[in-house]
Structure formats: structure tokens, C-alpha cells
Design a protein around this ligand. Sequence first.
Ligand code: PLP
Length: 411
Amino acid sequence: MNPAGRSAFLHPFARPTADRFVTIVRGRGAVVWDDQGNRYVDALASLWYCQVGHGRDEIAEAVGQQLRLLDSFHTFEMFTNEPAEELTATLAAAAPIAGARVFLTNSGSEAVDTAVKLARLTSVLRGEPQRQLVVSRHHAYHGVTIGGTALQGLPANREGFGPLLPGVHHVDHDDPESVAALFAARGGEIAAVIAEPVQAAGGVRPPAPGYLQRLRELCDDHGALLILDEVVTGFGRLGSMWGAHRYAVPADLITFAKGVTSGYQPLGGVLVGSAVRDAIEADPAFVLRHGHTYSGHPAACRAALANLAIIGDEHLAQRALHIGAVLSPALNELLDNGLVTEVRGDGGIWAVELPEPAGAPAVRDRMLGDGVIARPLGPSTIAFCPPLVIGDDDLERCVVALTNALRAELS
Ligand code: PLP
């Protein structure tokens, strides 16, 4: 405790003066327990990442074995390691981008910054240095580095941090014609468009029909790159391995993190397609001056390999469709009963809009008391994105806890 009686831990996305925390000590499948012995359904897969559920011994074993063999060794310049080679080959083989190579980072934010740097670099190497603008969408969440913060379409998250990355332009999140108008005016300056296939932290917003395809067309017509930010939507969340598969939209760069390890180790990265490869591989003397100390960390790569094996062996992408088949009708029943005003989602990611005066933080608190950890997004949205292994009984607990919370808040 510091002199103000506060924990030394300055929490992310929290009030620095907050003094009430839930100490999570243990997890199994879609359930976690706190230090008081309370059981909670983890209705958001922690923070949109725990696809395979908690407490998977096979991942812990793989990480432990690797740490005993080789804790870590960097991959800059001429060094490599077997887990990083194996993971990147595995990801490339299943990528929705033909001939992809894979750049590794520690987080989704770093993956986003990497993709933007690669897109801008590609413009320069192609002899079009004026092409530096990056187009992002309202309601987008792309992480918290200076680059990611600038790209976010959530104004509250951008405030107070001074000048952010220049050359970012925000467009409507589901009207492709606003993007078309920008391309018509400034197409020759646009390096890339970045889009989450389903916007997650910005409210769980699936794409309007044809929106992503239109982005692809506009990028093709004007010589820009399309970056899909699949930090949440990758690794089975939408019923396919990638959102690019789910919505049949080819990308030039795809960012990933979260579900690649289900959180057992921090890891992110970028799938890099031929538009960028052709530019950076053209001159054999060219050096890619970008990378993190822990890019290709062997223990993180082992965690990812073990996690990906589980996702494949247990057909967890199909489980996402089952989650949708259970949650969608149950949440729509709340809509019919006037307890929520909107239901949005796809596959294994859903959200409801609450009617006034119900506030999302208060509803979340009531649900917590009922043994379910859901996530409030802004003042009026509650999100669900459970581990893909969640059982029907725990899915039902989520719906019951939401219903009870809403009845209490609206009575
Ligand atoms: N991109 C998307 C779509 C995200 O949802 C997130 C995090 O939630 C990020 C990027 C940033 O990832 P990280 O928090 O690992 O830096």
C-alpha cells in the first residue's frame, strides 16, 4: 500500500482512485473463481481472448518445457528459434492470405502499429511516398500505442494524450459511401484502410452487408492496402478461423493477438501478404528496421502452437456458431420483451443495448453478484464473448443473470 492506502498496481482502463477490486485466483474452462471462493462464468473470455478456456494443462506443459529448454533468445537479424519457425509456418499455412509471411509482436496494439508501419513503408518503397494516410472507422478500437490511439474511433480514449499520429482519417463505420467519397477526394494519398471485421470494444458491431467488400474494391481501385484487425475476430470467434473467411474479404495485412494463445502467454502479430512482401523483398540489401525484443519469444510461440492444436482438435470454431445459436434467440427474446433495445453480434460475440435508465456498469455489477462476468462497453452496452468451450448451462446463466439485472434496474 502506498501513503494514500492504495495498491501499488495502477490499473489499466480504471479510475486511479478505485479501491474495489475482484482478485481472480483460479480458472477452469469458462469459469473463474475469486479469492473469496465465488464462482463466475467468464462471459467475455477474460478480455475477448480465452478461446480454449482456462486451466488447460497441455498449454502450461508446453510453455514449461520450453522455458526449461531455452527460456528465450532474440530473433533480430540472423537468429531464430524452432517454436517461432513452427508457429509462423502453421499460421501462414492456414492464413486467408496466399503466400503470407508472419511478423510477431507481444500484443494487439503492437500488431496494429506494425501493420500501419508496413503499409506506409510499402508506399515509400513503391515510390509513392505521398501515400501515408490511414483510414479508420468510427467506433473502431485498435489498441493504445500512440498509433493505435490515433486510429481508435472512440473519442474518449483519444482525449488528453496530446498530438497523436498524424495522417489518420476517420470514416463512417457502416456507410461505405463515406469511404468512397474520401477515396474520390484523396485516393492518391491513402496508404491503407484498417477495419475490424466485427467491431468489438466499440460496441460489438458486425459489418453492414457488403461494407467490407466495398472497402476492398476501393483499396484495389486506388492502390491502397486493406488491413483487417482480427485481434478479436481471429482464431474461431466468428465460426471460421478468420473474419476474412467469414465475410469472404481478402486482406493485404491481418493483425492478430489474443486468441492466438488464448492468453496463456502474451503474443500478437501480423499476416503479411504479397503487396507488402513484393515491396520489402524487392531489394536484397533492404533491412526491415522494426521489431520487438520479444518478437518470436519461444515460450509464447509454444503456447500458441498448443492453443492452436486445441482449437483445431476440438473444432472450436464450430462451437462459436453454437454459442450464437444459443445466445441470439435468448437475447432476442429480451428484445421482444422490451428489456433491451438492440441485439448485435455474430458467431461467438454478442452485445445488447440497454434502455434508459439501466446503465451498463450497474447491470454489470448486478450480474457479477449473480456469478457472471460480462463487460460494459460505454454507458449502455453489455457484451458477451465467452470462451468457445463454454457449456450450455453456463450460457444460460449469462442470460438469466442479464435478465435479472435488467428487471432489477428497470423496476
Ligand atoms: N485491436 C483490436 C481489435 C482489439 O480489440 C484490441 C484490444 O482489445 C487491440 C487491437 C489491442 O490489443 P492489446 O490490448 O493486446 O494491445
